[in-house]
Ligand binder design. Sequence first.
Ligand code: ADP
Ligand code: MG
Ligand code: MG
Length: 536
Amino acid sequence: MEIESMVANSALVRAREGGGSKGRSWKWKEMLRFPHISQCTNLAMNIEPDYYSLCMKQPIGKKLFQLFCRSRPDLQNYMSFLDALDTFEEKSDIERREFGISIIQRFLMSQSGQCVPTGPRHEQSCSQSLELDPCGDVFRDCREELHQHLSGEPFVQYQESMFFDRFLQWKTLERKPISKQRFRQYRLLGKGGFGEVWACQVRATGMMYACKKLEKTHVKKRQGEAMALNEKQLLEGLDSRFVVSLAYAYETKHSLCMVLTMMSGGDLRFHISNIGAPGLERDRVCFYAAEVCCGLIHLHQTSILYRDLKPENILLDDNGHIRISDLGLAVRLSEGSLVRGRVGTLGYMAPEVIGHEHYGMSADWWGLGCLIYEMTAGQPPFRARGDHPSASEMERKIQTQREEYSDKFSKEAKDLCTSLLTKDPKQRLGCRGSQWGEVQSHPFFQKINFRMLEAGLVNPPFKPDPRHVYCSDVQDIEEFSSVKGVTLNQTDNSFYSKFNTGSVPITWQNEMIETGCFRELNIFGPAGTRSPDLDW
Ligand code: ADP
Ligand code: MG
Ligand code: MG
């Protein structure tokens, strides 16, 4: 390895180790200084009083609302009940029954000192559903009623409290314009169609991210405006542990930047091809396939067809969980509608995509088949190692040829791939009557507990080494060529301003909480002082 690469890698490894408080700038408190509450009045007038968004969805909003509720003696039991319900979701299958019973005894039984007002009405039905299936959503009705109650008078009072003033202060910080000065930049991680992806770190919080830069001249030359905006807008609407999150969208003189969840474990292409013999061990294939499956289902449930499933686009985080990334080709389908368009990467395109037909979510299940095949065999289904078929040859194979299975495939793996790589989308697994349910219940996933997987409670079979950098050496990543003869004008600027929307609320607020900045800064003045105009 060349010296330049070693220096770039060790700088990145050091930044990652110091991620969080050690990576903060010494001026971090000044950077995150709360504005005076009088500077938040405009925001206060324009904020939608939506309980779900303000007190449940937004992480800082949720925390401040809970702090408010805890300051009220009459809401103590509700809050302890909510805490217990959160803990219940983190219990493994075998612990759920016992913990569920303790919740019922504490909060739903009238003889308990902590019983919540509506508790006794639910005692019997909750006991029954717990008995029937401890892994089901046992307390759904109770939880809904609880939020119903909190969204009434308590929510109104909250908006009059100093806790809500503080929320407005955080929101004002969140909405400050973003420029590249907010970040330190580390090494190049990868190259894409419109630009490069770099490791970066937020100066104020120490949080590590990956910055995907789209070069303005490239975007213009190849008319990629709609595609860039589409990717950014789809990402900002998503919130899934199996899809990368967008934290910031901003522009510089030369590029449009999307700041994304840092995926330190590299992409699956690197793991399949660059570490040991091509392919991955069976339990890794099964685990990644199951997580990708959850990610796809999440996208499909929000009506998004992904269309670009391939190893390069599946990334590993530092614990070894995967996330789907690169939504450049994804589309939102309106209820039950289909699309047409030959997009994707040829080797991974479904027959119906190649054949110019109308298609729906079926294309992604084909993609999952290709991915599982490649993780197992070490090469994609319709292309042998060292083979360089022409495009038309490739198309013919995908549409007519049956893929071959070596003895690396278990019986279940072969059966799953065969079912997903069914040429006719109507016959394909995942696309028939019960849709994705069929995929998750396939014998290949027998050992996977999807409830626990979706709650992030399953340990990955492989954990990336925190001292290793899982991508090609910097000098081996081809340099991004520059385009000449493209001039940017006023029309371009109006598109850039649609892209340049700054922080994405949920991700930004999570950053403040995860890095400890929220806890360290969220101090209140003497009890009862409504206007927090002290120097925080
Ligand atoms: P394109 O849309 O041009 O294909 P991608 O979003 O797929 O660009 O990014 C290109 C490459 O950069 C990926 O294959 C991956 O190796 C790397 N990369 C992208 N996003 C991240 C991330 N969030 N963390 C780490 N590496 C990333
Ligand atoms: Mg990509
Ligand atoms: Mg892309």
